[in-house]
Design a binder for this molecule. Structure first.
Ligand SMILES: N[C@@H](CCC(=O)N[C@@H](CSC=O)C(=O)NCC(=O)O)C(=O)O
Length: 275
């Protein structure tokens, strides 16, 4: 991975990188924050998956996560939200294609050649960053909206890889909401049984709650009822015995103002399991 830019913040290093991804068959960029402790010893990592229309820079510039990550000694690994480049197929809509990879492995043409974000986040990215930076193999995963869906799906399916899972305003039940139904039809085809591998509600029903899960949801979120459906996640938390918890916040919307208000709580939640 090649360093594109680097700045010092809160005693640590905020780094932007580019690399050729063999999983996605394209060049990718990502951001990494290394806390000051990484100068002396290996540190654990929190992966943060962003939402529709985002790159790695939305979270790294708007969430304000670095101050507390520096105090706690946790690295932040912030990938892009889809494959990129002129060779990558796209559609002219904000909720599908580039910027909207939905953290799955596409099975349908023309998407499957590049849209393999599930494998990229789970395998290629940790191997690459852990080979280059002083990181332990202790990881947790978080995300926002489409990225909250990604964090829940990847975390629930791979409890041996992630100590804890959190999400801001996640798409909890993508097989039952317009964003998910459109994207899954294109990426995965029309067999709805195959969609269940990428639906947090269906996965928790099947796998249970192995790792701790924290969800924060604003009650003034304009996507709440149609796209996010926290009540479906609450129902499956209630059905399955486990520590999953959804915190509802009066007056907060879907934006990074919400994420920046609650990021400290989510970082401290993960620190409990990572450190
Ligand atoms: N129509 C809007 C929708 C895009 C949007 O709200 N994106 C969110 C994530 S939504 C779910 O994944 C986001 O994080 N935007 C970036 C930001 O910095 O706020 C639009 O096209 O803007």
């Amino acid at each position: 991975m090649e360093i594109v830019s680097e700045v010092r913040t809160f005693g640590g290093r905020q780094i932007r990188l580019k690399h050729r991804s063999s999983t996605l068959n394209c060049d990718m960029q990502l951001s990494v924050f290394l806390p000051p402790q990484a100068e002396h010893h290996k540190v654990p990592s929190l992966y943060f998956l962003s939402g529709l229309t985002c790159t790695d820079e939305n979270f790294s510039t708007k969430a304000g996560a670095q101050r507390v990550a520096a105090q706690l000694g946790i690295a932040l690994i912030i990938p892009d939200t889809s494959p990129r480049g002129d060779d990558v197929p796209d559609e002219d809509r904000y909720d599908f294609g580039k910027g909207a990879g939905f953290y799955l492995n596409a099975t349908e043409a023309p998407w499957k050649q590049h849209y393999q974000m599930y494998d990229y986040i789970l395998d290629e990215l940790p191997k690459s960053v852990e080979a280059q930076f002083p990181l332990t193999d202790q990881r947790s995963i978080a995300g926002h909206s489409m990225g909250g869906h990604g964090a829940l799906v990847i975390g629930v399916r791979n409890p041996e890889r992630y100590q804890s899972i959190s999400a801001f305003s996640p798409i909890t039940h993508p097989t039952q909401c317009p964003w998910g139904e459109y994207a899954f039809t294109q990426y995965l085809g029309t067999n709805r049984d195959a969609w269940k591998d990428y639906d947090a509600v269906e996965l928790i029903k099947a796998y249970g709650q192995v790792r701790p899960i924290r969800v924060d949801q604003g009650l003034a979120d304009n996507f709440l009822e149609e796209q996010l459906k926290p009540e479906a996640l609450q129902a499956v938390f209630d059905e399955t015995d486990g520590p999953g918890a959804i915190y509802l916040h009066e007056g907060y919307d879907h934006s990074y103002y919400f994420i920046s208000s609650l990021i400290e709580e989510q970082l401290r939640f993960h620190a409990h399991y990572l450190l």
